[in-house]
Design a protein around this ligand. Sequence first.
Ligand SMILES: NC(=O)c1ccc[n+]([C@@H]2O[C@H](COP(=O)([O-])OP(=O)(O)OC[C@H]3O[C@@H](n4cnc5c(N)ncnc54)[C@H](O)[C@@H]3O)[C@@H](O)[C@H]2O)c1
Length: 259
Amino acid sequence: MATGRNHRPATSRSRGIPEATVARLPLYLRALTALSERSVPTVSSEELAAAAGVNSAKLRKDFSYLGSYGTRGVGYDVEYLVYQISRELGLTQDWPVVIVGIGNLGAALANYGGFASRGFRVAALIDADPTLAGRTVAGIQVQHTDGLEQIIADNGVSIGVIATPAGSAQQVCDRLVAAGVTSILNFAPTVLSVPEGVDVRKVDLSIELQILAFHEQRKAGEEAPEEEETAPPAAPPAAAVTKRSEPGPDGDVPAVMPA
Ligand SMILES: NC(=O)c1ccc[n+]([C@@H]2O[C@H](COP(=O)([O-])OP(=O)(O)OC[C@H]3O[C@@H](n4cnc5c(N)ncnc54)[C@H](O)[C@@H]3O)[C@@H](O)[C@H]2O)c1
């Protein structure tokens, strides 16, 4: 099943919106939702850009793809933009989601209230451990992986979340895809291979931490007084050098949102 490449198009399939813009829409939506909750009626591109952590020229360009230009001197209508972006992201409908792997992470995700409020209903929790089957997590009974295909079909699920160990993730992914799932959020630290037409998003908090560590190290380097550079460790003997494995052909996108 794990054949073919997931060729990610440069633009979204709906109306030629660039993927980079699509990736920023949730940031705008989050900022706009906060304004809406405070009953703020309009917002300028600069204010909204600052709240979303995005450059304001980029924001205006992004909104032009939605056909939203704002009113000079007034700004953007908050409620209407919330509606427009939600519609563009497909959030005006309810998306049933299954989570596979109900360990520490899967249970935490199941308990996270933020999915439901954003239109993602956790329809089922699935785990391979027979001792977990029947247990209730976040008010939902965990079901055994034996029934995975039936669960997907019964609930009309198109989005699956993988929170299993890395070693089982590809097999789980293959079963989800064979059962009809076409979007996967992968938390397992492995590259998934999926057929054309299946989207994979990968979340890896340790990669985010590593990037922060890189910046911390650079900051520390800038602050430290000049001193002799530490010699790098000696290169390993040729025999000990192993070839780095090539990333698998899943074409998934790192969790880091473009600024
Ligand atoms: N992306 C991140 O930022 C992040 C953060 C924490 C953990 N993780 C990863 O998430 C995964 C889960 O971590 P955890 O701490 O919850 O582990 P865990 O061991 O607590 O839970 C894993 C669960 O997966 C189940 N499982 C194993 N094989 C399965 C299969 N084939 N089908 C269905 N269920 C299966 C196990 O029974 C277990 O309940 C790991 O891969 C971990 O590395 C990622």
